[in-house]
Structure formats: structure tokens, C-alpha cells
Design a protein around this ligand. Structure first.
Ligand code: FAQ
Length: 323
């Protein structure tokens, strides 16, 4: 008698063979649940992530920088839309996901709970936050869920433009007056550690990692990605003459990577528990935007209804004239 394989085993073999799982395929409940959690958290992060930058659109120092920042923030709205759509293919409605964000039940990235105090923060966000987002998202282009992986390919292309936008601001300030260089250094000092924390808890404290790696949802661990980001970013800071605020940071010849100092995990867990410097402000801004946007959603729904009624009646008349 031949070996019998459970449906779970066949699913596992399917993802290990680098096939993409599509919405109508069978998948374990846990796989679906993990994806909805991660993709919706990712979508919320893009949308909440617009807030710290939107704060600077009216104060950008030139028309050129205003246009670029505006385009970047619009891209983030688009990323939120692709991601909500990808999550919806798993059977959870956008209303439900947004409801969970607004009630405080769903998480979004810790990084967006820090304030943007100066124009240099636009540089630090693009350089470091988008830089960290790219490191994480390049591996997600190979995630096992088809709609998520395809959304990631497009998002990554736009994120690399964002990273350059930020680095250009930092480079300009670092080459400017001593006050401007100081502003860039101050932004790096404030954004470095929160960016390092974006990758999530260390591998031994990451409850979801083992299963997500097994299902090929995540392709690299939180610590691996954090290390790659640090190794890539340190020379970029050196190139523009800025100092990374970590006295323990040094090149380890033997390992071929940088050693770095201890991460303040207490701060990270406080921020994701809702107690960061701007958590309340961010959620309040999203709730207000949701309420004020109600008429747009109603108008769009009414328009869609009118269009579908119109196409149903024209299909009916085409049918009767053909008869
Ligand atoms: N913030 O077991 P793990 C961007 C939670 S997009 C808040 O390691 P997992 C673009 C985690 O959810 C940035 N919570 O979890 C942009 C879990 O809690 P739960 C967002 C965090 O899922 C740039 C718990 O801790 N990117 O920046 C964070 O395996 C500039 C245990 O953690 C994504 O979302 C955190 N940093 O790995 C926009 C990428 N880290 O849900 C505007 C997709 C962990 O069990 C301006 N997501 N937690 O209650 C992922 O790759 C993964 O979900 C990780 C976390 C790596 C974030």
C-alpha cells in the first residue's frame, strides 16, 4: 500500500517546491490567519505611515522637495490599497480590517509612533525607515502567497525611490552649514534605534517566526534582516560624514558583519502595547480621517451601484434584441 499524505503535508510540499498559493487553493487555517494578520498590519503601517510625513508637506523647503514628498506619501496610500486588496483575497473584508485598526486591536509598525520634529526627519525616514522596509520587503517578494508576493514586487520598486529621496535629503543637509549637518545628525540619533526595532523582536522572542518560515511566508528571520540592514547602512552614514549613535558598533572581521550594541526591547514592547510617544495621536488622526471620509465611501458605493444597475440593464436589452 502506498504512503498516504495528509492535505497539510501536501500543502507543505507545495510551498517547499516554491509554488505560489492562490486564493482559491486549500490552505491551513493558521496559514490564512497568519497572512491576514501580517498583510493587514502591513497595510495599516503604510496608511498610518503617511501621517508623520504629511506633517511636513506644507513645510517642505522648496517646490521640488514638496512635490517629491507629496508623491512619496501618495505612493504609501497606494501601497495600503494593494495590501488591503491582497488581504481581502483571504476572505476578510476591508471594513473589518480597518475596524480592527481603529479600535486599537490590530497592530501597525512601531516606527510610526515617533514624532517628526524637523525637515531632516523626512531624510531619516526615507533613508532608514524605507531602507529597513525594503530589506524586509525584498524577501517578501518571494513569499508563498501569490497576491502578497505580487503586491510586494511593485511596492519594492517604489520603496527604492523613497529610500533615495531620503538619502538625498540627508546628503544635502550633511554637506550644508554646520547647523544643517547638526540637524541631520540629530535626526539620525533619534531614528536609528527605532528603525533597528522595526524588524521585530529577536529570533528567540519572535513567536510567529518558526511557523511563518516553515510556510515560506517569511523567507529570512527578523535578526538576519536586521543585520543585513545594519551592514548596508553603516557605510552610507560614513559616506556622508554622519555618526551612527551606537558606541558598540564595530566591524567584526571574523564574522564579516558589524557587531552592535544592545537594543532597548522594553521601549519596543511599550510602543507596540500602545504607549509610544505618538500612538494616541496617530490613532486619533486615523479615526478622524475615517469619519470625515464617510461621505466619500457612501458616494463611491452609490456610484458603483448605479454603474452595475446600468450594465445589468444594458446586458438585458442586448439579450432581448438578440432574441
Ligand atoms: N511594530 O513573532 P513576530 C513601511 C509584533 S512598512 C509593531 O516576530 P511576525 C513603509 C508582531 O506583529 C512597515 N508590531 O511577528 C513605509 C507580533 O504581534 P501579533 C511595516 C510588531 O509577524 C515607510 C509580535 O510583535 N512592514 O515602513 C513589530 O512574524 C516609510 C511578535 O513578533 C511590515 O509590516 C513592529 N515593528 O514578524 C511607509 C512588513 N514587529 O501580530 C511610510 C510585513 C513585530 O502576533 C513611510 N511584516 N511586531 O500580535 C513582517 O514582515 C512581519 O510581520 C514582521 C514581524 C517582521 C514585522
Amino acid at each position: 500500500m502506498g504512503e498516504t499524505h495528509s492535505i497539510e503535508d501536501r500543502f507543505q510540499a507545495f510551498v517547499e517546491a516554491e509554488n505560489k498559493v492562490e486564493p482559491k487553493h486549500w490552505m491551513p487555517d493558521g496559514y490564512r490567519k497568519t497572512l491576514v494578520r501580517q498583510i493587514s498590519q502591513h497595510a495599516h503601517s503604510e496608511v498610518v505611515g503617511m501621517l508623520p510625513e504629511a506633517n511636513w508637506i506644507t513645510r517642505a523647503p522648496s517646490l521640488r522637495s514638496k512635490l517629491i514628498l507629496l508623491a512619496k506619501v501618495q505612493d504609501e496610500a497606494g501601497h495600503g490599497l494593494y495590501l488591503y486588496s491582497a488581504a481581502e483575497t483571504l476572505g476578510t473584508s476591508r471594513d473589518e480590517m480597518i475596524g480592527d485598526l481603529l479600535s486599537g486591536k490590530a497592530k501597525y509598525s512601531s516606527i510610526f509612533n515617533y514624532p517628526t520634529l524637523t525637515w531632516a526627519d523626512m531624510g531619516a525616514i526615507g533613508w532608514l525607515v524605507d531602507g529597513a522596509a525594503i530589506a524586509n520587503q525584498v524577501m517578501l517578494c518571494r513569499t508563498s502567497y501569490g497576491p502578497y508576493s505580487r503586491a510586494m514586487v511593485r511596492i519594492c520598486k517604489e520603496e527604492s525611490f523613497h529610500q533615495r529621496q531620503g538619502y538625498e535629503i540627508m546628503m544635502t543637509l550633511a554637506k550644508g552649514t554646520p547647523e544643517q549637518k547638526e540637524m541631520a545628525q540629530d535626526a539620525l540619533n533619534r531614528w536609528w534605534w527605532p528603525s533597528i526595532m522595526m524588524f521585530g523582536p529577536s529570533d528567540e522572542n519572535s513567536p510567529n517566526s518558526a511557523q511563518s518560515m516553515k510556510w515560506r511566508i517569511k523567507r529570512k528571520s527578523n535578526d538576519e534582516l536586521r543585520q543585513e540592514f545594519i551592514d548596508k547602512t553603516v557605510p552610507q552614514a560614513e559616506f556622508i560624514g554622519l555618526t551612527i549613535p551606537d558606541p558598540d558598533l564595530k566591524w567584526n572581521e571574523e564574522k564579516g558583519q558589524h557587531d552592535f550594541g544592545p537594543i532597548n526591547w522594553e521601549e519596543f514592547f511599550q510602543v507596540i502595547a500602545g504607549n509610544g510617544p505618538c500612538n494616541a495621536e496617530r490613532l486619533e488622526a486615523r479615526r478622524k480621517a475615517h469619519e470625515e471620509g464617510a461621505w466619500v465611501r457612501e458616494a463611491a458605493a452609490a456610484y458603483a451601484q448605479k454603474q452595475s444597475a446600468r450594465s445589468a440593464s444594458s446586458a438585458k436589452s442586448a439579450q432581448s434584441s438578440a432574441a
